[in-house]
Design a protein around this ligand. Structure first.
Ligand code: SAJ
Length: 431
């Protein structure tokens, strides 16, 4: 019986390489569709947690993991030879940037090398990690074919970008449309059949490069528009116009406008990173992505702009930043999640420490936070801690924050998210 039949009747065994914030939700959706799923993870700790029926991804409920494990539909392993049991395998590993802000594709390369010895005829491999156009066919395909099997003839290969929005209560893996582009039409067909088993809408495109570029377009669109809002924030501040009020007013336009918001900078593993993959690849085509580069200059500058505005605010109270106690409220890279990767709070804290400020933080989702090599002391959100600080900075506006308490007990607040718009006060300075 062929791959398509096994996918169609639910007997196909599915593998997921990388059980992170993309791979684990994917594995759970596959299992909920009735497929046996083998999670391949380099982290023995994650493997143990999954096999004990425990989720470590906030968007994936532990009971769902426990149920699938108990029913034998989900297991995790560090033994990559188990790939041989799978009919299809999705690669969901990180695609970070290195210190020179260039793509680090080593995780994808290592994942491809790890599964190559165990590929068998009629197997489908899909790459989900966000990457530059060309990666699937220029990097991954040669690695997979080094095992002797030919893509399009013996095995299938497609790119299908992840679209996980951590913490989003509405759009999750099963109901977020999935773009799919194969190396050959047969590859696309196999991938469409696979994802169609557990994702409500699948969107085939003509090639892997079209699928890779689709994802980069989505995230570059976000990053560039956020940069525009950050530039307008700085202009409006100089013109004594409330940019937050202007954005709310612009939102009343029922067509042709989409709101983005200024802030302390871009965090996370996607928006600050993905467009740099595109601008890096563009150079190969003698193409300078000036728009993207300008956006990143603006976004990367925001943490420094926050510190400048902080110094201005303290200055009005005849205080220097040096020696002042600064309480960072929210250090995760965005509201209501626990992830601090590339959080602007890190750069803000580093600059504050360089300027001899005393820095502490409060974030109900983050137990440990460091800036550079220095651990930052964690404090609870109490009236005493608020009154003890010379200034509180709202960096990430978690919904659980008691804004009444913050507004009522802070000597000075720099609000980088306009979180206190319903709690105005002489002690509140909007970014
Ligand atoms: N941010 C702003 N202003 C905005 C929106 C976001 O400053 O108007 C900041 C956030 O504070 C955060 C960063 O940008 O630091 C990224 O925010 P995000 O909302 O894009 O969140 P991510 O990176 O977790 O998820 C995004 C997805 N988000 C949305 O579409 C809303 C989506 O772009 C991708 O599915 C995902 O990245 C990904 O994995 O690529």
């Amino acid at each position: 019986m062929g791959l398509l039949e096994r996918i169609g009747d639910g007997t196909a065994v599915l593998g997921v390489v990388g059980l992170g914030y993309v791979g684990l939700p994917l594995a759970v959706e596959m299992g909920k569709a009735g497929h046996k799923v083998i999670g391949l993870e380099v982290s023995a700790e994650k493997v143990a947690l999954i096999n004990a029926g425990t989720s470590y991804i906030p968007d994936v409920p532990t009971p769902e993991v426990a149920d699938l494990v108990a029913r034998g539909l989900l297991e995790a392993t560090t033994d990559f030879s188990r790939v041989a049991e799978a009919d299809a395998v999705a690669i969901c590993v990180p695609t970070p940037i290195n210190e020179n802000k260039e793509p680090d594709i080593s995780f994808m390369e290592n994942a491809a090398r790890s599964i190559t010895p165990y590929l068998h005829p009629e197997m489908l491999v899909t790459l989900e990690s966000t990457t530059y156009p060309g990666t699937t066919e220029e990097v991954i395909q040669p690695i997979l074919e080094s095992g002797g099997l030919k893509v399009g003839a013996d095995i299938f290969l497609a790119f299908s970008p992840e679209r996980v929005d951590p913490g989003n209560p509405v759009w999750q893996t099963h109901n977020t449309p999935k773009v799919v582009g194969g190396v050959t039409p047969a590859c696309t067909k196999a991938a469409v059949a696979l994802y169609g088993r557990y994702i409500e809408s699948v969107v085939p495109v003509s090639s892997t490069r079209a699928a890779e570029m689709t994802k980069l377009l989505e995230n570059t669109f976000r990053g560039v528009n956020i940069a525009l809002m950050n530039e307008l924030l700085m202009l409006c501040e100089r013109m004594h116009v409330n940019v937050w009020e202007v954005i709310e007013a612009a939102k009343t336009k029922p067509f042709g406008f989409m709101p983005f918001y200024p802030g302390p900078g871009l965090g996370g593993h996607c928006i600050p990173v993905d467009p740099l993959y595109l601008s890096w690849k563009a150079r190969e085509y003698d193409f300078r992505t000036e728009f993207i580069d300008l956006a990143w200059r603006i976004n990367d500058n925001m943490p420094y702009y926050v510190v400048t505005r902080l110094m201005d605010a303290l200055n009005l109270q005849r205080k220097s930043l040096a020696g002042s106690r600064v309480l960072l409220l929210g250090v995760a890279y965005k509201a209501d999640i626990d992830d601090v990767r590339m959080s602007p709070a890190k750069r803000i804290a580093e600059v504050l420490l360089e300027k001899q400020a005393e820095v502490v933080y409060c974030d109900p989702y983050v137990d440990r936070f460091s800036a550079g090599s220095q651990d930052i002391a964690r404090v609870d959100l109490t009236a005493e801690e608020l009154e003890r600080a010379d200034v509180a900075v709202v960096v990430t506006a978690h919904r659980v924050f008691d804004l009444e308490l913050i507004g009522g007990h802070s000597r000075l607040i720099l609000d980088t998210r306009n979180a206190l718009w319903e709690h105005p006060g002489d002690n509140v300075v909007r970014l």
